[in-house]
Design a protein around this ligand. Structure first.
Ligand SMILES: [Zn+2]
Length: 381
């Protein structure tokens, strides 16, 4: 609510009496979590006093550790972004090297902002693996070798002397897009992160759905082809092994060697990444376009099953591969629509992430802001 909301409107939205609302508002004002401001003057009578989140209550950082990049965002308490940066990163180097690198990046990131680590209310951290709250880390993560059962949360809390809120990157992507992106006001949405791997965040009935183990949404490991290529999880024919960035890059390398007519063969095969394949596809290279379209078709096939089961109103495709735009999204839509029942396909839209590469980092900000507000409320009781 950047423009603010009146007490009466808030009471209506929350279904509370004005008396109950007044007492809650008084507490929040006293704690400094929100503040009052006058709205634009109305033609007759007093202009209502509006309530806003107090941006100066404190600052937070969101960190999105992807397989091949790390994004950092500094925000005030109203989620206004003060600074954002992104750097290359290699999560397969294991926790000690990676977290040391994240530490150096964060220190350098904050150096010219006059914000110290000790000033922060908390840091939200997203990682590309199944996060289990009791571990404060990831369990058997397919694309994070060496991280199994490493206590990421407590390690970072000690390192930075600051509260850490850990989450799965795709789940945080769903949260970020729901709060500030393409998914506002949507109660049933899936956010699918297609990067090096593939994962999903599920928001069902207005709530993030985590399941019995706390890490639901690993759609990258749905079997698409029983005897398909080997996946990082050990199984064969998983969606991720057919449509993830790693598989797109591998196909690009093979095509570069096999077909000299393709523009892919203009760069050395071992260096080809998924983004190179995307670039040549956009430039009109038919072989690269086929690779991208085939990956999109596989993703759409997997999404059709999810559409039939979960009946979402919106599917948001994020992550670096989604930046290929309609070259990738159109085959996703076509396969998903063709293979799901009309009653469900008529209800769902499949669109690109509004926050682009920042969905998960903004989700990490959203989560740590909510956590900070709850903690402040709990401490005031
Ligand atoms: Zn797999």
């Amino acid at each position: 609510m950047p423009e603010g909301i009146s007490r009466a409107a808030l009471a209506r939205q929350l279904g509370l009496s004005r008396a109950a609302m007044s007492s809650i508002i008084a507490d929040l004002l006293e704690m400094g979590l929100i503040r009052e401001s006058e709205s634009a003057p109305v033609s007759r009578g007093r202009s209502p006093i509006l309530l806003k989140v107090n941006p100066d209550f404190g600052k937070v950082v969101g960190i999105d550790m992807g397989a091949t990049h790390v994004g950092l965002i500094l925000a005030d308490f109203s989620a206004h972004i003060l600074k954002a940066e992104e750097y290359p990163f290699d999560v397969s180097q294991g926790p000690l090297k990676c977290l040391r690198e994240a530490d150096l990046r964060l220190q350098a990131f904050l150096a010219d902002t006059q914000v110290k680590l000790t000033d922060l209310l908390g840091i939200g951290v997203g990682v590309p693996g199944p996060v289990v709250a009791e571990v404060g880390g990831v369990v058997a993560p397919p694309i994070m070798p060496g991280w199994d059962n490493f206590h990421i949360q407590s390690y970072l809390e000690k390192l930075w002397d600051c509260p850490i809120v850990l989450g799965n990157d795709a789940e945080l992507g769903a949260l970020g897009e729901w709060a500030y992106g393409a998914g506002r006001n949507e109660r049933h949405l899936l956010y699918v992160k297609v990067g090096y791997g593939i994962g999903a965040g599920l928001l069902l009935d207005g709530q993030i759905y985590r399941g019995a183990s706390g890490c639901a949404g690993e759609i990258g490991h749905i079997t698409i082809e029983e005897n398909g290529p080997l996946c990082t999880c050990g199984n064969r024919g998983c969606l991720e092994a057919l449509a993830g960035g790693r598989s797109i890059a591998e196909r690009g390398r093979k095509a570069a060697q096999a077909d000299p007519r393709s523009q892919l063969s203009s760069i050395s095969a071992e260096q080809i990444t998924a983004l190179d394949v995307a670039m040549f596809a956009r430039k009109g290279d038919i072989i690269a376009q086929e690779i991208v379209a085939q990956a999109g078709g596989y993703l759409g096939t997997a999404l059709a099953s999810l559409i039939n089961i979960m009946n979402p109103g919106l599917i948001i495709i994020g992550g670096s591969i989604s930046q290929m735009g309609d070259l990738f999204l159109e085959p996703v839509r076509q396969a998903a629509m063709r293979r799901s029942l009309p009653v469900f396909s008529n209800a769902v839209r499949i669109i690109a992430a509004y926050l682009g590469q920042r969905s998960a980092a903004i989700g990490a900000i959203t989560q740590v802001l909510a956590w900070s507000a709850y903690r402040s409320l709990a401490q005031s009781k």
